[in-house]
Design a protein around this ligand. Structure first.
Ligand code: DX5
Ligand code: ZN
Length: 217
């Protein structure tokens, strides 16, 4: 299982996003949190901004859509240049169709679950997905406390992936830091989003390296 670190720009300087992304050349992906003020009580940016960001970096973009109606909006983010697009299952009307459409356009398709959403009803969808994102905070804001109660679900999701023999990545997002990343890795996560831990550090790229170390050891 290869460890990947995907810094979230939610806590970066929004007036200088191009420069901020330039501070994390060692990241595997840049995690972009798209919020519409409906699915979550916060508002960030849309496809035009994401497209500009994609042009400003060689690091691929990992879009996390916290929006109503991803069925209608998700492909816009593939067109904007994202290499991976994550939709929330709680907001999606037809996850199999949407995952197939995203893959059909050449991006990785990923499905996110809020902390209280169980994985078991979606077991048979795993083969349709390149990644599952398990939220380890309630979505909407950076800098929240990691929810330990999600750890058993990380473990169960990894077991289901192993049982089905799929190559699907398992991403965790929310409160991931040097203190919590080891627990997530031990439970079976292999892709780690970290927002405030990375952009709150004096040297964000060194923090990316430290998080990677901590996930491996
Ligand atoms: C929260 C976002 C996260 C957020 C993580 O809803 O999905 O990606 O930026 O920030 P931290 O790592 O500070 O919890
Ligand atoms: Zn996110």
């Amino acid at each position: 299982m290869a460890v990947q670190i995907t810094p979230s720009i939610l806590n970066a300087d929004f007036a200088a996003l191009g420069a901020e992304v330039g501070r994390i050349p060692g990241a595997d992906w840049v995690h972009v949190d798209v919020m519409d003020n409906h699915f979550v009580p916060n508002l960030t940016f849309g496809p035009t901004m994401v497209e500009a960001l994609a042009r400003s970096t060689d690091v691929p973009l990992d879009a996390h859509l916290m929006i109503e109606d991803p069925d209608r909006e998700a492909l816009t983010y593939v067109e904007a240049g994202c290499g991976s697009v994550t939709f929330h299952v709680e907001a999606c009307r037809a996850p199999v169709r949407l995952a197939r459409e995203i893959r059909g356009q050449g991006a990785r398709a990923s499905m996110a679950l809020k902390p209280a959403t169980p994985i078991e009803p979606y077991e048979d969808l795993l083969a349709e997905l390149d990644m599952v994102l398990l939220m380890t905070v309630e979505p909407g804001f950076g800098g929240q406390k990691f929810l330990d109660l999600v750890l058993p679900k990380i473990r169960r999701t990894r077991e289901l992936m192993d049982r089905h023999g799929v190559e699907t990545w398992l991403q965790v997002d929310g409160g991931v830091s040097l203190e919590t990343i080891g627990r997530c890795a031990e439970a079976g996560a292999d892709v780690f989003v970290a927002g405030s831990a990375v952009f709150g550090a004096d040297d964000p790229d060194a923090m990316v390296a430290s998080l990677r170390e901590a996930a491996i050891s």
